[in-house]
Design a protein around this ligand. Structure first.
Ligand code: MBD
Ligand code: FE
Length: 281
C-alpha cells in the first residue's frame, strides 16, 4: 500500500469496483473517484479540511426536511443544478422551444387547480398585482390544449409559503389548464428579489466566497402536456438588479420578461404576456 504512487492508489480504488455493477454506475463512480482524488491532490487537502467537509455534509442533512432541501441549495450555490439543467436541455432538436431553468428547492406537487384567469394570491395586501397570460404552443406553432401550467413564487416578505408559518397552505402556488386555443392566464404578485436561505451550510458557502445570497425576482413554471417534453422554467423581471449576479446562476436571456404597466382602470397593475413553446416527445 504505502509504496504505491498516488495515481496508482486511485487506480486501486477504481479497480475495486466489482463486475456486477451496472455500466452507468461504473462510469459515474469511476469518474467521481478520479475527480475526488485529483481534487484532494491538487489542493493538498489536509485532515482538518477533510473533516470540516464531512461535518458540512452532515449539517446539510440536519438542516433538511420536507420543507427545505439544503442539498439542492448548497449545490445551487456551486452552480451545479444550473449546469445539470444546461447539460440536460441543450440538444439542437429543441429548436424554438422555451428554454428551461432549474426547479429549485421549493417546488411542491399537488398545488390547487384553479380556473384560468384566477389568482394564486391568498389574502395579504402587500405587493403589486400582475396578470400573467399567454399561450402554450408546440414548436410547430400549434396551440397545446389541456396543458397543465403550474406556477409558484415567493411572497413580498421574501419567503415561499412552506418557509413561512404565517402564510396559508399553497399561497402563491397554483395550476392552470390551457383552453382549446392553448391560452392560460393567472393573477399573481410582481415578484421581488430575495435572498436564498443563508442560515445554514449554503449560507456559509456564500460567506466563505464573499458572495451575496440574492436571486433576481422570478416566477417558476412547470408545464406538462400529453405528447410533449415537460418544461421546468422560470421567468425573470427585466428591471431586477440581480439578473447578472443570480446566487444560483439560473438566469437565461430568453427568460427575462417585461412587467408592463396595465392600462388605467385595469384590475391589475402589471401585465406579462408570455407564450410557452413545448418540444414534442
Ligand atoms: C429559489 O427560490 C430557487 O428558485 C432556486 C433555484 C434556488 C434557491 C431558491
Ligand atoms: Fe425560486
Amino acid at each position: 500500500m504505502a509504496e504505491l504512487s498516488m495515481e496508482a492508489f486511485t487506480d486501486t480504488v477504481i479497480g475495486a469496483i466489482g463486475p456486477k455493477t451496472t455500466p452507468r454506475t461504473r462510469e459515474l463512480m469511476t469518474a467521481l473517484i478520479r475527480h475526488m482524488h485529483d481534487f484532494a491532490r491538487e489542493v493538498k487537502l489536509t485532515t482538518p479540511e477533510y473533516l470540516a467537509a464531512c461535518d458540512f455534509v452532515v449539517r446539510i442533512g440536519q438542516m433538511s426536511d420536507d420543507k427545505r432541501n439544503e442539498a439542492i441549495l448548497a449545490s445551487d450555490v456551486f452552480g451545479l443544478e444550473s449546469l445539470v439543467d444546461f447539460l440536460d436541455h441543450h440538444s439542437a432538436e429543441r429548436g424554438a422551444a422555451t428554454e428551461s431553468a432549474v426547479l429549485g428547492p421549493f417546488w411542491r406537487e399537488n398545488s390547487p387547480l384553479l380556473p384560468n384567469g384566477s389568482s394564486i394570491v391568498q389574502g395579504g395586501k402587500e405587493g403589486d398585482s400582475v396578470l400573467v397570460q399567454g399561450r402554450v404552443l408546440g414548436v410547430n406553432g400549434r396551440p397545446v390544449k389541456d396543458a397543465l401550467v403550474a406556477v409558484w413564487e415567493t411572497s413580498p416578505n421574501g419567503l415561499y409559503e412552506q418557509q413561512d408559518p404565517d402564510q396559508p397552505e399553497f399561497n402563491l402556488r397554483g395550476q392552470f389548464r390551457t383552453d382549446e386555443n392553448g391560452y392560460y392566464a393567472f393573477r399573481a404578485l410582481r415578484p421581488i428579489a430575495y435572498p436564498i436561505p443563508f442560515d445554514g451550510p449554503a449560507g456559509e458557502l456564500l460567506q466563505m466566497m464573499d458572495r451575496h445570497p440574492f436571486r433576481p425576482a422570478h416566477i417558476h413554471f412547470r408545464v406538462r402536456a400529453a405528447g410533449y417534453h415537460e418544461l421546468v422554467t422560470q421567468i425573470f423581471d427585466r428591471d431586477d438588479q440581480y439578473l447578472d449576479s443570480d446566487s444560483v446562476f439560473a438566469v437565461k436571456n430568453s427568460l427575462v420578461v417585461d412587467f408592463k404597466p396595465a392600462p388605467a382602470g385595469a384590475d391589475t397593475r402589471f401585465v406579462v404576456d408570455y407564450d410557452i413553446v413545448l418540444e414534442p416527445l
